[in-house]
Design a protein around this ligand. Structure first.
Ligand SMILES: [Zn+2]
Ligand SMILES: [Zn+2]
Length: 366
């Protein structure tokens, strides 16, 4: 069938919306008509080839929409169901079997290599192969092919176009707090780079978890002010003070938890140094391969731990419905993060996201 997709022809080219031929879904695949797709920094990492992707390629991994067609082996959803999509995992490797699909041994090939797991492709322009399967979806398009591993059925009483970011940005921040750090009631958490969509998701999750000191660290007073509406209790401008000292003052000795969302090595050191003894730091910021950070070994000796976080260590089928419940109850107001752009304006959305003018851009499809 003919679809429209935002294609990046070669590394760092802008997105161009063009017609593409999409194959029929296979027996184990699901065809989804996209209603909305969030724009995440990982899409831009794909665009600029910071990930092992192929070109011409179609990105987009926070897609949500309506099931149009299913292959005959699909049991999870039916045509007409509303779905949100997330990362894909193999389901058969050690980490997947142990219930940690975010640590899937096949995460890179399945999510980034531009093909199905068996190496085949399903999009073409004339004789030219167009690489899709980004996060098992490539949702910067009017239709996407997904599978039972990365599709989550969602209720119809919430606008489906707003639900795509639950599958990545929200899942990462919220899952990071719920599952990776397991933030306890009455605790303190410092979120470095807490003004972006992942950081703000972590703030909302920390509120739900009952944390009573939710400290946002950033260099922008304006952006930090904006996080108060989501539940930030303390704002620390790291350009104006020593954030480690300031967090020790606020918490009376050190934070129970910290999150590093900037991918800057010096900030990872701060996120560890600001912890109380036995405190836990979650690393979310994705630095390029080979970037090393320096840590005070004494600081870690005192029972502090650092854990890496991908997609919030979440099983999407479990966490997405939880976040939708919390949203409906007014306890996770992620709609306040969203700005919609027509699909055609994808490059404007990219510019706004790159300049930090939009917390969460969602491309909307007619
Ligand atoms: Zn796996
Ligand atoms: Zn993402």
């Amino acid at each position: 069938m003919k679809i429209k997709a935002a294609i990046v022809k070669k590394p760092s080219d802008p997105f161009v919306i063009e017609e593409v031929d999409l194959d029929e879904p296979r027996d184990n695949e699901i065809l989804v008509r996209i209603k909305g797709c969030g724009l995440c920094h990982t899409d831009l990492s794909g665009q600029h080839a910071y990930l092992p992707v192929k070109f011409p390629g179609v990105f987009g991994h926070e897609g949500a929409g309506v099931v149009e067609k299913v292959g005959k082996l699909v049991k999870k959803v039916m045509p007409g169901d509303h779905v949100a999509m997330s990362y894909i995992s193999c389901g058969t490797c050690g980490p997947c079997i142990k219930g940690h699909p975010t640590h899937c041994d096949n995460f890179f090939p399945f999510n980034f290599f531009g093909t199905r797991p068996d190496g085949s492709t399903y999009m073409k322009q004339g004789s030219q192969t167009v690489y899709g399967s980004f996060f098992g979806q490539s949702s910067f398009a009017t239709y996407a092919i997904a599978s039972e591993r990365n599709v989550v059925k969602v209720p119809k009483d919430v606008p489906v176009e707003m639900l795509g970011p639950l599958g990545c940005a929200l899942q990462t921040g919220v899952g990071g707090v719920f599952y990776s750090l397991q933030v306890k009631p009455g605790s303190s958490i410092a979120i470095f780079g807490g003004t972006g969509s992942v950081g703000v998701s972590a703030i909302m999750a920390a509120v739900v978890s009952g944390a009573t000191k939710i400290i946002v660290v950033s260099r922008s007073d304006e952006k930090m002010q904006n996080t108060k509406q989501f539940g930030a209790t303390h704002l620390v401008n790291s350009g104006k003070c020593d954030p480690v000292e300031e967090i020790r003052k606020i918490t009376g000795g050190g934070a129970d938890y910290s999150l590093e969302c900037t991918a800057i090595p010096e900030i990872l050191s701060q996120a560890v140094d600001c912890l109380c003894m036995g405190g836990k730091c979650g690393l979310i910021g994705a630095a390029p391969m080979g970037v090393r950070a320096s840590l005070d070994m004494q600081s870690i000796l005192n029972g502090r731990t650092i854990t890496g976080i991908v997609e919030g260590d979440a099983i999407s089928d479990i966490l997405l419905p939880v976040m939708i419940d919390l949203y409906k109850q007014g306890r996770m107001p992620f709609d306040k993060m969203i700005k919609y752009y027509p699909f055609e304006k994808i490059n404007d959305a990219v510019a706004d996201v790159e300049k930090g003018r939009t917390l969460k851009a969602i491309l909307k499809f007619d």
